[in-house]
Design a protein around this ligand. Structure first.
Ligand code: GLC
Length: 643
């Protein structure tokens, strides 16, 4: 038996005195036993000598938050500890919406819960709703106050009430936690600008260009078009302030332990209000190191581990989702590798899958898709992917030259083709989109547009040709089938369930005009929602019904539990992507035809994985794979299991 550490025993004794209730004390101390070592290791690795004092500070914050945690949330904590794989279940479905664009206010969202539940939503990400700076605010990602709700949307009490309503229906509330920066109007920045040295240390402020110039040598630009460079001169602060994104978004200095303590406090505060998942916005940028691109630095993972350990001790119902739009080899660390395995984010966006969906749709060729997935590092089995067709951001062509090369393509030429295709410049394209952030130095052109417009529905409706409309509807359902059939948490982006088209009115809104990502941030069209129901033969009715069907089928397929990986397997036809899942209940093979052609797939390609008989769960048909071919209509998806 290992001897108990006398210091730990003393600490436990002291901590116990902070509780009236022995069971509460036991719970807290057990969790501290479990997660304390992860926390101290991360603090030590990041802050060295400053770690012990910081640990004391964090303990105080955690005790306070634990005592303040409402009883129903403590009950949720217990429930989640009994189902640690809750985010991985095939019944989970995400929905991502702007509160105002979806339902006006938080109270308005409460009135729309039947709609969400009817769709099968179990996870509701409400886009930035904390108090932003006035005027331009990067869609709310410039937060001025983390403890207040944007006043036109409601109050903190409205947020708690909504969270409780959602919880009662088995829906988790998800909020953005903007970690990398605050608005220049945030109290910390205001104090820094007023000359308070404590708060100046919360940011990276340099008296002259020496350090900024040195960093700039290896820094990329996120918004080369409307916010070039990474530093902004501030008169009040008398210095160059690090501003990776817009000039009004001040990057935080996470090497200052106080910044970590502030965020632990914010997370626990919001968790006690009922927030269940935090989307860790722009997490890759948190730590700066000279001579690097200042992304994906090892300290980022220590910091996440520290934040997560604190959350697990006080509020184990809470999960983290990493918003790291980075290369696959870097991305995997956000789900935990090496000593961080299973200790950082529970979920991360699968940006690469999203990019490959659009790439294959344009090229009618899935070889690059399969190649990219083939070399994708496997994720820890207790984590999950956030899978999406579209989100509120632009699409950047994150396709590596080496993957392209292995698929017989030239990376730069293919990226160029995709930008042409989705901005409507390529001859014969079906897509309608806009170029976002043309970078003359790299030639990069990112793309804005809604899923429906990019998949051809806008163009098809204008052409009036029913064959084009048919193809666009099928393309949309194919993309949804891949994300729903991949094994992870699909994140439906508001409006995509109704095939909403591009919203060109953003150009008339002064705060939005310069940022064409607003093209794909339309207002919810409730009339169309009603119409989709009443007229299921309309294009939006068909997309809606098709999507609902896929969601229902998915919910009943244990093979789609996210602990299992989807792996590409050899496909005899480049138009068809074959993905295999080795689930203990049997093999599942998904087949996706990314073209407008009818493909006759030789049965051996499926028999090798499924044996002689298979069943497609989408159409409910049985296939005999003894010989001959299986016909895949244009854009057809099959979810096959052995039968
Ligand atoms: C994330 C958001 C994006 C925002 C950026 C800065 O990437 O998704 O919309 O502009 O962070 O906060």
């Amino acid at each position: 038996m290992p001897q108990p550490d006398p210091f730990q025993t003393l600490l436990a004794g002291q901590l116990r005195q902070a509780f009236d209730d022995d069971r509460d004390a036991d719970t807290f101390l057990l969790r501290l036993d479990r997660y304390g070592p992860e926390l101290t290791a991360s603090l030590q690795a990041t802050y060295g000598d400053a770690a012990p004092a910081l640990m004391d500070r964090l303990l105080e914050l955690m005790l306070h938050a634990y005592h303040a945690r409402p009883a129903d949330l403590k009950r949720l904590d217990e429930a989640r500890l009994l189902s640690p794989d809750w985010l991985q279940e095939p019944g989970m479905l995400g929905y991502v919406a702007y509160t105002d664009r979806f339902a006006g206010t938080l109270k308005g969202v409460r009135d729309r819960l039947d709609y969400l539940q009817d769709l099968g939503v179990t996870y509701l990400h409400l886009m930035p709703l904390l108090q932003p700076r006035p005027g331009e605010n990067d869609g709310g990602y410039a937060v001025a106050d983390y403890r207040a709700v944007r006043s036109d949307l409601g109050s903190m009490d409205d947020l708690s009430a909504l969270a409780a309503d959602l919880r009662a229906r088995g829906v988790s509330l998800v909020l953005d936690l903007v970690l990398n920066h605050v608005a220049q109007e945030h109290e910390w920045a205001r104090k820094a600008r007023a000359g308070d040295p404590t708060y100046r240390e919360y940011f990276h402020v340099f008296p002259d260009r020496t350090a900024p110039d040195a960093y700039e040598r290896t820094l990329p630009e996120v918004f080369p078009d409307f916010a070039p460079g990474n530093f902004t001169w501030d008169d009040a602060a008398q210095g160059w302030v690090w501003t990776t994104f817009n000039t009004y978004q001040w990057d935080l200095n996470w090497s200052n332990p106080s910044v970590l303590a502030e965020f632990v406090d914010i997370i626990l505060h919001l968790a006690n209000r009922g927030v269940e998942v935090f989307r860790l916005d722009a997490i890759a940028f948190m730590w700066k190191r000279l001579g690097t691109d200042c992304q994906n630095q090892p300290e980022v993972h220590h910091l996440t581990q520290a934040l997560r350990a604190c959350a697990r001790i006080v509020a184990p119902a809470v999960a983290f989702k990493a918003e790291a739009i980075v290369a696959p080899a870097d991305l995997i660390h956000y789900l935990g590798s090496g000593p961080h395995h299973g200790r950082v984010s529970d979920m991360a966006y699968h940006n690469s899958l999203m990019v490959q969906l659009w790439s294959s749709l344009a090229s009618r060729d899935t070889r690059l898709f399969a190649e990219a997935l083939r070399v994708f590092p496997p994720k820890p089995t207790n984590t999950t992917w956030g899978l999406y067709v579209r989100c509120h951001d632009d699409i950047g062509w994150a396709i590596s030259d080496t993957d392209a090369h292995r698929a017989g393509l030239d990376g730069a030429a293919h990226r160029h083709f995709l930008s042409d295709f989705y901005s409507g410049e390529h001859p014969g394209t079906f897509a309608r989109g806009l170029v976002f952030q043309f970078n003359p130095q790299t030639g990069d052109r990112r793309i804005s547009g809604t899923a429906a417009s990019l998949a051809g529905l806008e163009d098809a409706l204008e052409s009036g040709d029913p064959r084009h409309v048919e193809a666009a509807v099928r393309r949309l359902l194919l993309l949804h089938a891949v994300t729903l059939g991949f094994g992870g948490l699909p994140l439906l982006y508001m409006g995509d369930e109704l095939a909403l088209l591009n919203d060109y009115s953003f150009a008339a809104v002064p705060e939005h005009a310069a940022d064409n990502r607003w093209l794909h941030r339309p207002r919810m069209d409730w009339e169309r929602a009603a119409d989709a129901h009443a007229n299921p033969a309309t294009p939006h009715g068909r997309v809606n019904a098709g999507l609902r069907h896929l969601i229902a089928v998915r919910r009943g397929l244990p093979h789609l539990h996210a602990s299992v990986e989807s792996r590409p397997v050899h496909s005899p036809d480049p138009c068809v992507l074959l993905l295999r899942r080795d689930h203990p209940q049997g093999v599942m093979l998904a087949a996706y035809n990314f073209s407008e052609h009818t493909i006759d797939l030789p049965t051996w390609a499926l028999r090798d994985h499924l044996g002689d008989h298979a069943r497609d769960h989408i159409a409910g048909t049985a296939f005999s794979l003894g010989g001959g071919t299986v016909t895949l209509e244009p854009y057809r998806a099959l979810w096959l299991t052995q039968s």
